[in-house]
Design a protein around this ligand. Structure first.
Ligand code: SF4
Ligand code: SF4
Length: 402
């Protein structure tokens, strides 16, 4: 009788410092977890997207850092908290998943800024304040005159200074974020067995890729379909009025952010093709201005509810907060409220002096917000769609796409 020789399994690197490291990002004590799997059975996202959160917890307990960071499941969790409610040992897997996502953002970031901001409240506060002051002083160094009869903001801070600064900030964000994005695509793609050739190398592959993009970006990022349908499906969430439900509030923040971004791009686009110079006064019904106003209202409402809910620890998704979470909410809120107040100032007779100062605050904080995006929770705007792209490919391969 001849013995069968099995192929050697690939060695798995073990990092026993993994779990203590994740704890620095706010993870609860998961030593109580005995791998019963109740959380995975309860999770509305598990099974269709892979099995979690139990598997992610096991990776952390066993020090399997590479497996953990290449898991698309990290990002398909919406922190609804149902797993924590069902955990018999109160290990709080929901909070553990949130902490692991913070750890992943810091791991993808090669500059180490994200780690410093997440784990050190002094650094998070100092970075937020110093950057805001830096931008404010920079813009003020080039300020012009304050017209007294009309609020002429671009005469106060020249439009080309703001425009050029915005382009530099976007370039820096791209450089800071692209390394992490490539690392994530490479690692998750390898784990899921999807290469660039699979995704783009044939008509069928291209079809799957387009469907996956539509699912990840169209349905999930813009439509927030599963967030609303599955994460707000428990009785506590259903008891809330529709405008307080997490899915709706999250969607208003997403749409507000996207709408303001689109309005800014369109405004610059019209200037490029010489239709309207940036900053030219326009009536309130002017489509781009209307888009900016509605998007700003949506963002302001959504962020205000998020702040109140986080302060009150109103639901499972906000039971614990890191300093960087508050910094992000503060930057979003200040950007939204100053933008709105400037709109108000534009309608007032004459040119209120505070309108000019609010404008400086608004552009400074908005620049800071964009610059810090790769180092805070906002980075999930990129990482989550990438993960959902792989979820869709996996579902198409299994023939389980809805
Ligand atoms: S976190 Fe709780 S529910 Fe999940 S496997 Fe561990 S003990 Fe079970
Ligand atoms: S928080 Fe919700 S989505 Fe995330 S693992 Fe738990 S049950 Fe699943």
């Amino acid at each position: 009788m001849t013995a069968t020789t099995l192929p050697a399994a690939a060695p798995v690197a073990v990092d026993m410092g993994l779990y203590p490291e994740i704890q620095k990002f706010g993870a609860t004590d998961i030593s109580a977890c005995f791998s019963c799997g109740t959380c995975s059975a309860t999770c509305p996202m598990s099974q269709t997207d892979g099995t979690f959160p139990r598997r992610i917890i096991r990776y952390a307990q066993l020090g399997m850092k590479d497996a953990l960071l290449s898991s698309k499941e990290l990002w398909t969790c919406y922190q609804c908290g149902e797993c924590s409610d069902s955990c018999p040992t109160k290990a709080d897997p929901s909070e553990f998943m949130a902490a692991t996502r913070r750890y992943a953002i810091a791991s993808y970031d090669r500059t180490r800024i994200a780690k410093a901001m997440y784990t050190n409240p002094v650094v998070a506060t100092a970075v937020a304040v110093v950057l805001a002051l830096f931008f404010a002083l920079f813009f003020l160094s080039s300020h012009g005159s304050m017209a007294a009869d009309q609020l002429l903001l671009w005469k106060f801070i020249p439009e080309d200074v703001v425009h050029t600064t915005g382009m530099v900030v976007m370039a820096l964000v791209f450089l800071a974020g692209i390394v992490g994005v490539i690392a994530m695509i490479r690692d998750v793609g390898a784990k899921e067995g999807v290469s660039v050739k699979d995704a783009l190398g044939s008509g069928a592959g291209l079809g799957r890729t387009v469907r996956a993009l539509w699912y990840a970006v169209g349905l999930e990022s813009f439509g927030q379909v599963r967030f609303r349908e599955e994460c707000d499906s428990d009785e506590t969430a259903k008891a809330l009025p529709w405008y307080r439900q997490r899915g709706v509030v999250h969607m208003m923040v997403v749409w507000g952010f996207m709408g303001l971004f689109a309005a800014t791009i369109l405004d610059y686009g019209l200037a490029l093709i010489n239709v309207k110079a940036t900053g030219t006064p326009v009536p309130v019904w002017y489509p781009i201005r209307l888009l900016g106003t509605v998007a700003g209202a949506s963002l302001l409402y959504g962020v205000s509810v998020l702040i109140v809910d986080r302060y009150r620890k109103a639901n499972r998704s906000v039971t614990s907060s890191m300093p960087a979470d508050w910094v992000l909410l503060a930057l979003l809120w200040v950007t939204a409220i100053t933008g709105f107040s400037i709109e108000l100032a534009l309608y007032l007779p004459g040119a209120p002096v505070w309108g000019y100062w609010l404008f400086v605050v608004h552009v400074s904080v908005a620049m800071e917000l964009v610059l810090l995006a790769p180092f805070m929770k906002l980075a999930h705007v990129i990482y989550r769609p990438i993960a959902l792209f792989y979820v869709s490919l996996a579902q198409q391969a299994k023939g389980t796409t809805k």
